[in-house]
Design a protein around this ligand. Structure first.
Ligand code: MF3
Ligand code: CO
Ligand code: CO
Length: 284
């Protein structure tokens, strides 16, 4: 995002006075409140929404083609071609040295799986495809699980519970509540279903950059953490493990995250904007 344009929008579309006043009340009470510059204005939200439309199209294109026997490098190609054909840029490509355009994480891979010619998707696999699109400098980030071929009922349940975790997290993301309320709601449900929640990685502010503040922990304490203010754009992307929560990073590629106990993991992600009455998903 061009810093000059960013400043122009900030001057043209200031944070509404009644919202600013309420933010200051929370600051006075000692609550952590995000810096004004990360509270998105209408022009920015429209930009992120447009990036979200392409990002959703990318995931739909993957959904239409994914099948057993496919290589994850083919998913990378679909993502790259759809994105560029629609005027977007794949944010992962060369982000902090990441080599590909999308993340493809299979079974015990939690996230940041790197597409490869050497990796085939097998019948019965569950795979997360995580896409982030930049359009006109704005970022939208979302991921889905795909159940490929005949998937066991255990894996199906994990994928469905992980999806419900995202929905519960979104429902908890209400204006003037706290970021910890999101993770508290998710973890309580996930644990009740016998699963664990990855704590060391999580959601994030998004829109003007790929990863902005705040960090969105999916296993957190209610009524704690940063205030949720109308205009904040965040991702919610719970990583749910069938076994224990512990993870490790592949020492060879320094990206791919696996469950330590080799249990399966599932994740769904949306980009949402907090509004005055609730929130809105920008990646549908
Ligand atoms: N899309 C991931 C997220 O949800 C980040 C991937 S970073 C990459 O935050 F470099 F691996 F692409
Ligand atoms: Co993502
Ligand atoms: Co994300």
């Amino acid at each position: 995002m061009d810093k000059k344009l960013w400043k122009e929008i900030d001057e043209r579309e200031p944070i509404p006075a009644h919202i600013k006043a309420r933010m200051e009340e929370f600051v006075a009470m000692g609550v952590e409140v995000l810096d004004d510059k990360w509270i998105k204005r209408p022009t920015m939200i429209e930009g992120i929404r447009k990036a979200g439309v392409i990002n959703t199209g990318v995931l739909d294109a993957v959904a239409a083609e994914i099948k057993p026997g496919m290589r994850t490098s083919e998913i990378d190609k679909i993502v790259r071609e759809y994105t560029t054909a629609h005027g977007g840029i794949c944010a992962p490509y060369h982000y902090m040295g990441y080599p590909k355009s999308v993340c493809t994480s299979i079974n015990k891979e939690v996230c940041h799986g790197i597409p490869s010619r050497l990796v085939k998707i097998h019948d019965g696999d569950i795979i997360n495809v995580d896409c982030t699109t930049i359009l006109d400098g704005y970022y939208a980030d979302a991921s889905r699980m795909f159940m490929v071929g005949n998937v066991s009922k255990e894996r199906k349940r994990l994928v469905e519970v992980a999806k419900k975790c995202l929905e519960i997290g979104i429902a908890a993301a209400q204006p003037w509540t706290r970021i910890g309320d999101i993770g508290a709601a998710i973890a309580s449900y996930a644990h009740s279903m016998g699963y664990s929640v990855v704590k060391t990685m999580g959601g994030h502010g998004v829109g003007l950059e790929f990863h902005e503040d705040p960090f969105v922990c999916h296993d957190a304490t209610a009524h704690t953490g940063t205030l949720l203010v109308p205009g904040m754009v965040i991702t919610i992307e719970p990583m749910i493990n069938a076994g224990r929560a512990a993870v490790f990073i592949d020492p060879l590629n320094e990206w791919t995250v696996y469950t330590k106990d080799k249990s399966d993991s599932a994740q769904w992600e949306h980009t949402i904007v907090i509004t005055e009455t609730g929130n809105e998903i920008l990646t549908y």
